[in-house]
Design a protein. Structure first.
Length: 707
């Protein structure tokens, strides 16, 4: 079947009629602001003249959108260089433009997909020109034309709730229905926007699958022992392959065509499942270049010569055939090019944790089932931090008594982040809880500026208050509403903790009795509802109070496991504020900040680490590692990090001259050899953290004359 004969992508239907995006005119320039009301992302479209957006039918777009408007303009400029996919009326991809691009299209009807932090589609008739310079992408017409602008939120919510008993056979049946959320079984499901959130699961008296929930028939099965350990580990793989999970004497993957792949190898069951997930996902990403997005993919060029695969033929085969072809290859031929996985989740194999499986699966996480039990400890300190305390003027502890809690240290993995689902406070991993994920699902649309609340309850810590206030107020293109409080009483702090906000940044003292206030202690466990979505409790021993905020309605927070030295906490507070301000998720912000602080290991995350404060206009959050070479040459490592807009399967491309290949999103470093001027130009495109000579600085603070 030729590409023009393949089904068009417009058969995908939106999952909800809830308004999740909005359109408004820009205040200071001519143009349109597109806002994701759930994920709090924004993207600006600059026009050559003032516009008056008029609502139109979203169904006119080839791909699903949440809302659409019509505007009249002769040119639309994008605030950064953004990939633009241009399709004709039949849905055929005519071109994908990037930096330094210039494409002209004759009279016709076109759909233009803008690959930014919000999915935006333009429909327009007439000749179209798409051109990109160093800073912006320009879309021009032959005069004033009506342009229909549609947008879709990256927010994904589950469409149904399954009920299962604690019987492993019923859990198998429930997990088999996770793939009902896939929007396609073609290789394009490797794009995050085409993998819907699996249905929720709750424990009950009997197995119940709501009407309308039906997984696609792919002819793939996972035969597993009827035990939680095996089911939990295999859940993301079953979802991604739309495989039925059935009981079997030994773990294996089988298809209706007679293919069999053993999952109980000398490497161990968990490792084998991980390999199958990564290998099939990666080769889907390569195969999909024969489909709707025929981009020049770096990873395809790197492995194609070593693979005996006909990708053009393979693209049109059923999923079970694709899986058989993929797994006929040794893992080693693709291992070096695999994207760095975002998440490894350590899930205790207990019945109640089945309710967290949909969220783990939605992350496409590698799953481990730990056997170690949490161990009691009264103090967790790194050697470096303990040495630092000897000369400390004061810490942020309000009490000499440390919190009595149990700790667990998950086994190290090669994923970007780790989460812990079980008893105990994890070291080096986020503590994922059911409440946090359900709170995320309940996040409601919110218009207006991003709300930041800063509380400083100790005048000796005013340095951090002043610094973070300045940081949060520093983004002109994404205004923040920053409210600063200090020396609050218990009643005043209770009111602040109950008020809606996108982020609470607390600076002060916390101990086992609660937040220290001007007139005593406030225990967060007494709150009926917490208003902030995210929080940073930059105080000693803030783990328990952070847990209470999650229980009361918050989604994610950064907390401390021990006492923290004030000077180190100020540095961590400033760095975390800047990272959150630039669109890093709570999880990736802490991972980056940890590496720049002697007390970084004293901080951890409670809740949904994938939550981000805001992102506007640009590409994925990234860190640039710069190394000096001889003469005027520098080595740049470009490390991308996850966000709501960029996840497993997304495409990224650095805006560097001579670089025209896309890469799969991952944390893996991509290395480029640049001159000083090329480096300066690249780092001037946006404000990013830069690691140079072992220290983390920001690109807007670099003095290139001294490099």
């Amino acid at each position: 079947m030729s590409r023009s004969d393949r089904p068009r992508a417009d058969h995908f239907e939106p999952e909800s009629d809830t308004l999740e995006v909005s359109f408004s005119t820009l205040e200071d320039e001519a143009g349109l602001m597109v806002s994701d009301l759930i994920e709090r992302n924004q993207f600006r479209l600059f026009t050559d003249c003032p516009v008056s957006p008029t609502p139109v039918d979203p169904g006119e777009h080839q791909f699903p959108v949440d809302a659409a408007v019509a505007v009249a303009a002769a040119e639309i400029a994008l605030p950064t260089v953004v990939s633009v996919c241009v399709r004709n009326e039949a849905g055929e991809l005519l071109a994908e433009t990037d930096h330094s691009a210039y494409e002209e299209f004759p009279e016709g009807r076109y759909s233009l997909e803008l690959c930014g932090p919000i999915k935006i589609y333009l429909r327009v008739g007439g000749p179209v020109t798409v051109a990109s310079d160093v800073n912006r992408t320009h879309i021009g017409f032959d005069g004033v034309r009506e342009v229909r602008v549609g947008a879709r939120s990256h927010h994904e919510g589950p469409a149904a709730t399954l009920t299962t008993t604690s019987n492993p056979l019923d859990v198998m049946a429930a997990v088999s229905e996770f793939s009902s959320a896939l929007k396609t079984t073609s290789p394009e499901r490797s794009y995050p926007t085409l993998r819907g959130h699996p249905p929720l699961v709750e424990l009950g008296e009997q197995l119940e699958v709501p009407d309308g929930v039906a997984s696609p028939e792919t002819g793939v099965q996972l035969e597993l022992p009827a035990e939680y350990e095996s089911i939990y580990v295999a859940a993301p793989l079953a979802y991604y392959l739309a495989a039925d999970v059935v009981p079997g004497d030994r773990p294996r993957l089988v298809t209706d065509d007679g293919f069999e792949h053993d999952l109980d190898t000398v490497r161990g069951f968990e490792t084998e499942v991980e390999r199958v997930l990564k290998q099939t996902f990666f080769l889907d990403c390569v195969t999909r270049t024969e489909g709707y997005y025929s981009v020049d993919l770096h990873e395809r060029g790197a492995v194609e010569a070593d693979l005996d695969l006909n990708f053009e033929w393979l693209y049109d085969q059923p999923l079970r055939t694709q899986v058989e072809e993929y797994l006929s290859l040794p893992f080693g031929v693709v291992e070096d090019e695999l994207p760095e996985w975002r998440m490894t989740s350590h899930v205790a194999p207990t019945p109640e944790n089945v309710e967290l499986l949909p969220f783990v699966t939605n992350d496409l996480a590698v799953v481990r089932t730990p056997q170690d039990q949490p161990e009691p400890s009264s103090e967790v300190q790194t050697t470096a931090a303990s040495e630092f305390f000897r000369d400390a003027s004061f810490t942020r502890s309000a009490s000499a008594d440390g919190a009595a809690r149990s700790y667990v240290q998950p086994e190290a993995t090669d994923s970007l982040e780790q989460s812990w689902i079980g008893d105990g406070a994890p070291i080096g991993a986020s503590k994922a809880t059911t409440n946090a994920f359900y709170n995320r699902l309940d996040r409601t649309p919110a218009e207006g500026n991003i709300g930041i609340t800063v509380v400083c309850n100790d005048p000796r810590m005013a340095d951090e208050r002043d610094v973070v206030d300045e940081v949060y107020a520093s983004r002109d293109e994404l205004p923040f509403d920053v409210r600063v409080h200090h020396d609050l009483t218990r009643a005043e702090l209770r009111e602040v903790l109950s008020a809606e906000a996108d982020l609470l940044h607390y600076i002060g003292h916390i101990d086992g009795e609660g937040f220290e206030c001007a007139d005593g202690k406030l225990d967060a466990t007494t709150l009926t509802a917490a208003g902030p979505d995210a929080f940073l409790l930059n105080a000693c021993q803030s783990y328990e109070q952070g847990s209470a905020l999650i229980d009361a309605g918050a989604i994610a927070g950064i907390v401390t496991l021990s006492d923290v030295i004030n000077s180190g906490a100020v540095r961590m507070g400033r760095m975390l504020a800047r990272l959150l301000n630039r669109g890093f998720t709570v999880g990736s912000a802490l991972e980056v900040a940890r590496g720049d602080s002697i007390i970084g290991d004293q901080y951890t995350i409670i809740g949904d680490s994938s939550l981000s404060l805001a992102r506007t206009d640009g590409g994925p959050p990234n860190v640039c590692v710069v190394r000096r070479r001889s003469g005027d040459r520098y080595e740049l490592e470009w490390q991308t990090h996850p966000s709501t807009s960029f996840g497993m399967g997304s495409l990224v491309i650095p805006h560097l001259d001579g670089v025209d290949e896309h890469h799969l999103w991952s944390g893996d470093s991509r290395t480029f050899d640049l001159t000083r001027e090329e480096l300066r130009q690249f780092l001037s495109l946006e404000t990013v953290p830069v690691k140079i000579d072992g220290s983390l600085v920001w690109s807007d603070e670099l003095d290139f004359s001294k490099l």
